[in-house]
Ligand binder design. Structure first.
Ligand code: ADP
Ligand code: MG
Length: 440
């Protein structure tokens, strides 16, 4: 296995050590960051994110513990070597841009190259080509205060890349930007990671950014309290099984705001179909289910891909189980079609769906699925609950509670177990049948 590029072991950092205002900003922090990874340091203000970043950058020596970059203790370097390291190994972007206002955009970007051998024309050419690449080449002769915040940040992205660093550090780079500029800057940084294959370490407290990273270290009160793998990105650091999260559609949408709804649906369905499968089986099952959900794979082909041995690209599920899964998925897809047609106000075989008719039908599905027999009052209440849930009048919790309520109170008098079962299935139907507008 490849060695990590950056290793922090039991790192502690104390500000103003020995003084009355001594403050321990980091304690016992351990991280392994691999070459090519995109890492986000996430946490509330004051949790120590910037402290950790500046320590990695070489300007905050650890009080305790070790920090190695490519196996080297950068704090043992003589000053000239440390400067070399900071100038040519690390690029950095700040929240406040830190551009020099009296210089032109071009000179700001070319400045870090002043100590290298290249002549001025070469330096300017390189600066200009980076500015062009990041979409601010047309303002290269302006002074920086003439630029918008988003433009200034793209200038500092250009500057950070000018010496072709291996590692890009970014301390809340979008903290001062509007949403359009934020998106542009995030996309450029993403490109630097995925296209230029640079290691990126970003400090952020915006949850919408998490989907960019391979992994996220959550900091709280100077400690790393959690490390979360982004299941959406192919991992560089080896992943231990069960380290990723797959939850319901809306939670998924919150976690992965830039994913398509189809991807989230696949995740939700696969989660329902599986219990004891390994990560790689799940990934393959997701792939096959995705084709099946999109109608790009027939039922028999889907079943076959579930049964096929792992080494032949399959998932190695027993035939009986595979057929059961395909049956469940098939039924769920066709049942959720009713919801989709209703929500999309689409004609169903020439007959417009009324809300009541939809709720009646969904009730029939649930009754069939769980072999429930209902009294007349229960029947009425169930249709009403379903109509309320499918139109969003109540949320999943309220629907679940209502099923446990007495019949007089509009409920179904279900046991907790029954209510959980039925509402779980119903939430799955909604997940397949309702589009979530999750982009803020
Ligand atoms: P974050 O980037 O997560 O907002 P920081 O790493 O900047 O947090 O700061 C962590 C803690 O260390 C904060 O409580 C902050 O007040 C304190 N701190 C940061 N820099 C200094 C400093 N130079 N001197 C003393 N305390 C500091
Ligand atoms: Mg900070």
């Amino acid at each position: 296995m490849a060695k990590p590029l950056i290793v922090c072991r039991d790192l502690s950092i104390i500000y103003n050590q020995g003084k009355p205002n001594e403050f321990k900003a980091l304690s016992g922090v351990s991280t392994d960051i691999f070459e090519g990874e995109y890492i986000i340091l996430f946490g509330a203000s004051g949790s120590g994110k910037s402290t950790l970043m500046y320590s990695i950058q070489g300007s905050l020596p650890p009080g305790e513990g070790t920090l190695l970059i490519k196996g080297d203790d950068i704090y043992s370097y003589p000053p000239s070597e440390r400067v070399y390291f900071q100038r040519y190994v690390m690029g950095i972007i700040f929240q406040q841009f830190n551009l020099i206002p009296s210089l032109t955009v071009l000179d700001n970007v070319a400045l870090p190259m002043i100590f290298c051998d290249a002549d001025k024309a070469t330096r300017d050419r390189r600066a200009q080509s980076l500015l062009d690449r990041f979409g601010v080449g047309h303002v290269s002769h302006k002074i920086t205060p003439m630029l918008s915040g988003g433009q200034q940040q793209r200038v500092s992205v250009s500057r950070s890349m000018v010496n072709d660093p291996k590692i890009l550090l970014a301390d809340e780079p979008t903290g001062n930007l509007d949403s359009v500029s934020t998106q542009q800057v995030m996309d450029k940084i993403d490109e630097i990671n995925t296209f230029d294959r640079r290691t990126v370490i970003m400090v952020s407290h915006n949850a919408a950014h998490l989907s960019y990273a391979h992994r996220v270290y959550y900091l709280k009160d100077g400690r790393v309290v959690r490390e979360v793998v982004n299941p959406q990105r192919k991992q560089i650091k080896p992943v231990r099984e069960g380290e990723t999260i797959v939850t319901e559609l809306e939670e998924l949408a919150r976690l992965f705001p830039y994913d398509s709804i189809e991807t989230l649906r696949v995740k939700s369905l696969v989660n329902f179909l599986t219990q004891d499968y390994s990560f790689s089986q799940l990934t393959r099952l997701e792939h096959a289910s995705s084709l099946f959900l999109q109608g790009r794979m027939e039922r028999e082909a889907y079943i076959k891909s579930l049964i096929l041995p792992i080494e032949r690209g399959g998932i190695e599920i027993g035939e009986k189980e595979a057929r059961r899964m395909a049956g469940v998925a098939d039924k769920m897809i066709s049942r959720s079609d009713d919801i989709r047609r209703f929500r999309a106000k689409k004609d169903n075989d020439g007959v417009f769906f009324s809300q009541h008719k939809l709720a009646e039908r969904l009730k029939e599905y649930l009754v069939k699925e769980y072999n429930i027999s209902l009294s007349k009052e229960q029947n009425t209440n169930m249709v009403e609950s379903i109509a309320d849930r499918v139109t969003g009048v109540v949320d999943d919790n309220e629907m679940n509670k209502r099923m446990m309520k007495g019949i007089r109170a509009g409920g179904l008098a279900f046991s907790e177990k029954e209510a959980d079962q039925v509402s779980r299935y119903f939430e799955k139907l909604i997940a397949q049948g309702v589009d979530v507008s999750y982009k803020s």
